[in-house]
Ligand binder design. Structure first.
Ligand code: C5P
Length: 247
């Protein structure tokens, strides 16, 4: 299918603590965004790459425009849009800027700047084989529990108490790029407009919206190199990966 990539880069990056948008934080001397962008183009995945930037982020915008000049003829069309207040709104801003003829969309987090090309290809291969929704994921190494705030007579013991343990072999840590047939993703985001504020805040990826429609979401193998750069520790790991990828 004719494919576009929506690169969401409009987050505030507060958890990194740099005081600038995460996409602008330097990694190996270049903003995180540029690593993500080069990765997408190197994978040869999209006919169009639509970047959602923080509104008013002129430096990143200029870098994207310079990159557009750098792209040889035959490279993807590069579009730049203002992101929204939530990740889902940034995705919708990207959807609104897609060119005619697009049949499938990959939504990718700029924060996963070091995603290997092989992950892009596993996602697009599954789309080409007919899957309407595909996500990359990896096994979970930690035991994952649900918790709630401790109340009543035990409240002084500890702030939280366990409410359950999810069976680890069934759990996956989900990554991007997440791939969708365009009509499926449009339908999912249309349905998302009907969610109340609490429900919207609980939506952390696009696949969740597709799941709510009852459409199967297929899972391909992700990569540990596809880490989401969120904390200063992640940035150290990412710098290390730039020096030399793991095997
Ligand atoms: O905040 P979170 O870690 O879920 O962000 C994931 C990705 O979504 C990041 O790449 C971030 O830049 C993007 N995002 C966005 N617009 C927002 C919030 C997050 O494009 N309003």
């Amino acid at each position: 299918p004719v494919t576009a990539v929506i690169l969401v880069a409009a987050g505030s990056g507060q958890r990194l603590g740099y005081g600038i948008p995460k996409a602008a934080v330097p990694l190996g001397g270049e903003p995180i965004l540029m690593h993500a962008l080069r990765g997408i183009v190197a994978s040869g995945t999209g006919s169009q790459v639509c970047i959602a930037l923080p509104p008013g982020e002129d430096t990143l915008r200029r870098l994207c425009e310079d990159f557009r000049q750098e792209l040889a003829d035959g490279g993807p069309l590069l579009s730049i849009v203002d992101g929204g207040a939530t990740r889902a709104e940034s995705v919708r801003a990207g959807l609104a800027a897609l060119m005619d003829g697009i049949e499938a969309v990959l939504v990718h987090d700029a924060a996963r700047a070091l995603t290997p090309e092989s992950v892009f290809h596993r996602v697009t291969d599954a789309l080409a084989a007919g899957a309407a929704a595909v996500i990359p994921a990896v096994a979970v190494v930690d035991t994952v529990k649900t918790v709630a705030a401790t109340t009543g007579k035990d409240a002084h013991l500890a702030p939280e108490v366990v409410t359950g343990t999810a069976p680890r072999e069934e759990l996956r840590a989900v990554q991007t790029p997440q791939g969708f047939h365009l009509d499926t993703l449009l339908k999912a985001h249309e349905a998302a407009r009907g969610l109340d504020q609490n429900e919207s805040a609980a939506v952390t990826d696009d696949a969740m919206l597709v799941e709510m429609l009852g459409i199967p979401v297929h899972v391909v193998r992700g990569s540990t190199q596809s880490l989401k750069i969120t904390t200063p520790l992640d940035l150290i790991l990412a710098e290390g990966l730039l020096e030399g990828p793991l095997g």
